[in-house]
Design a protein around this ligand. Structure first.
Ligand code: CTP
Length: 423
């Protein structure tokens, strides 16, 4: 791509909002005044070349990013959090910039080495060329220069542009997945997102050696990758591919294959705002058929929060109880469902189409008797478990159609109080 072509992309407001373009000019000018060359790299360049709106600004300087950050804060304001060990800094942008996200990572171009396979990398400042060569795939090993006259110059030492045009995800060297097996999941994520293909050598590198290292990774790192997959439109396809390559069983031997139908369940949902909870829904659907023991074991392997574990466990538990609950009265369903997270109930509804679950979500859970605890106090009833018993009995009567009016409820209340010798 020529410099003028790149300039057109960099100035396209549909790809980069004008506020971000201004920020880039400011960054470039300040970096140049320190004598640093600076670049946009990685996903930013990849998406720009694909004519997709860019997300984060992946910004790299050949020079001291922390020094640059201090200068930016002095000139524009905001706040800097330096990370000396990594030669990086996070600049919280001044609110006047009105930008989202409101943080910018300032990164020093670097080399990375891995103390052992799968370790987090050790970083040393280096050139942009080396910085590109430490990356995962050719399509991410791209940079656009920002400072001075070279604004808009594309750096593409590994023919990332060619692979983008052909739709190929290709590692930079044969040890890439050994160094960092999370890249296997990243490769499948790009493949699914852009409908690309893995280059055949890259695909061969997803072998038993790489999978053995993947199986040693921390739950947190793996879950982070799986969470990112759930953000993709093509998450089902990506997870299916992960299963085919044996990744899921390497993460945990009991991890089931993902089922394409689950994607459909999420798409057709329009009753709850599941887009915000797609990840939780996804995990619930995925692990719902597992035994209690396996749910806990996989949740612990993936470092799920207690809340997520509870949601998955509740969905699995409910799914197992469905045959026993089928045909029960509404009050029995309500009693059984009341303590479970709503989203777990909804997930089980999606796979079972048990109408009682939907009735519970849309109606039964809201049913309450008119009588309150206060009313019982007024009737000189001493607070205690009997309070709860009477109120749930009244609620059950409403749920099951035994009472249908306030008068009927009052009549039942009188009877219950009499039965209990409380008047
Ligand atoms: N990277 C890498 N190896 C990893 C993770 C990241 O080499 N295991 C590099 C890639 O060059 C990537 C960059 O770091 O482009 C930034 O990573 P990230 O923000 O995760 O990815 P993006 O490229 O921004 O892609 P996405 O659209 O998925 O966020």
């Amino acid at each position: 791509m020529t410099q003028p072509d790149m300039l057109r992309l960099l100035r396209d407001p549909n790809l980069i909002p004008p506020e971000k373009q201004n920020l880039l000019s400011d960054l470039a000018a300040q970096a140049a005044s320190l004598g640093f060359s600076c670049y946009l790299v990685g996903g930013f360049v990849r998406d720009l070349l694909l004519r997709r709106p860019v997300k984060d600004l992946d910004f790299v300087v050949e020079g001291d990013a922390i020094k640059l950050g201090r200068m930016l804060v002095k000139k524009f304001g905001g706040k800097l959090t330096p990370h000396k060990k990594f030669h990086t800094a996070v600049w919280r942008l001044p609110s006047t910039f009105n930008l989202h996200p409101s943080f910018l990572d300032l990164i020093t171009a670097r080399k990375e080495t891995y103390a052992y396979p799968g370790a987090l990398p050790t970083v040393t400042p280096s050139t942009i060329e080396n910085d590109l060569r430490r990356r995962d795939f050719t399509i991410n090993a791209l940079a656009v220069r920002l400072d001075g006259d070279r604004f808009g110059e594309l750096l593409d030492p590994l023919n990332g542009q060619g692979d983008l045009e052909e739709g190929i995800v290709r590692v930079l060297h044969p040890r890439s997945f050994i160094d960092d097996p999370t890249r296997i999941l990243r490769a499948l994520r790009y493949e699914g997102r852009y409908s690309f293909d893995l280059d055949s050598l890259t695909s061969d590198l997803i072998n038993s050696e790489a999978l053995a290292i993947l199986s040693q990774l921390s739950g947190e790192r793996l879950r982070h990758e799986l969470d990112l997959i759930f953000e993709e439109d093509q998450f089902a396809r990506i997870l299916l591919r992960a299963g085919k390559f044996g990744l899921l069983k390497s993460i945990h031997p009991k991890m089931p294959e993902f089922n394409q139908d689950y994607a459909g369940f999420l798409e057709m949902d329009n009753r709850l705002d599941v887009s915000a909870d797609r990840r939780v829904m996804g995990y619930m659907l995925w692990f719902m058929n597992l035994s209690e023991e396996d749910v806990f074991s996989i949740s612990s392997r993936l470092g799920f929060t207690n809340e997520l574990t509870l949601s998955v466990w509740a969905a699995a538990q409910l799914k197992r109880s469905l045959p026993h609950l089928a045909g029960s009265k509404p009050s029995v369903w309500t009693y059984a469902l009341e303590k479970l997270p709503l989203l777990s109930i909804y997930a089980v509804y999606l796979v079972s189409r048990e109408n009682a679950l939907l009735d519970y979500i849309s109606m039964w859970r809201h049913v309450k008797p008119h009588t309150t605890g206060n009313d019982l106090l007024k009737r000189k009833l001493t607070p205690g478990p009997r309070f709860g018993d009477i109120l749930s009995r009244l609620r059950a009567a409403w749920l099951d159609g035994e009472v249908q009016s306030l008068a009927q409820e009052k009549k039942l209340l009188e009877r219950l109080l009499e039965e209990r010798g409380a008047t």
